[in-house]
Design a binder for this molecule. Structure first.
Ligand code: SF4
Length: 152
């Protein structure tokens, strides 16, 4: 049989749960994102989610790699080629955020044209550039904070 103490604890927990449910709390998602975005957590912003959904249709057929090889621009999106770039962005598979720094719009258009599921390379590159500028901003802020510490 349940002890009196257990009964009181359960009752207290129940009371607190009911009480919390009566007052809607602010979502903690923005705080969570602000904390973990520098570590690569994907954004829940609708525009970014739409790009991610389109890019996640990639089934690794390699057609974009062939196009990039034919144009002599295989490494324009990083050493893994365009397919490696798409997989890296959408599956968090260790992407160098500087990979898309110098790619040409003509190549991106050709890659999307060749892709059987129309992965939006232009939007994906924009997304990576945004992530990179966020990461640079965080690194800069951290560096400023470190140098501001006494004795740092
Ligand atoms: S062509 Fe499209 S589906 Fe095929 S590997 Fe490239 S991005 Fe993925």
């Amino acid at each position: 049989m349940m002890s009196f103490e257990s009964f009181v604890r359960l009752g207290w927990s129940f009371f607190r749960t009911v009480l919390r449910g009566l007052f809607p709390r602010r979502s903690q998602l923005p705080r969570f994102e602000a904390q973990y975005r520098p570590d690569g957590v994907l954004s829940t912003a609708p525009a970014e989610v739409a790009v991610q959904e389109q890019a996640q249709r990639c089934f690794a057929c390699g057609a974009c790699d062939v196009v990039a090889l034919e144009r002599g621009e295989f490494g324009a999106l990083g050493p893994g080629g365009p397919m490696g770039f798409v997989v890296g962005v959408t599956r968090q598979a260790g992407l160098d955020l500087g990979a898309a720094a110098d790619v040409t719009p003509a190549l991106l258009g050709a890659l999307t044209e060749a892709c059987p599921v129309q992965v939006p390379f232009v939007a994906l590159v924009d997304l990576v550039r945004r992530r990179r500028s966020e990461a640079d901003g965080v690194a800069h802020a951290a560096g400023t904070a470190r140098t501001a510490l006494p004795g740092a």
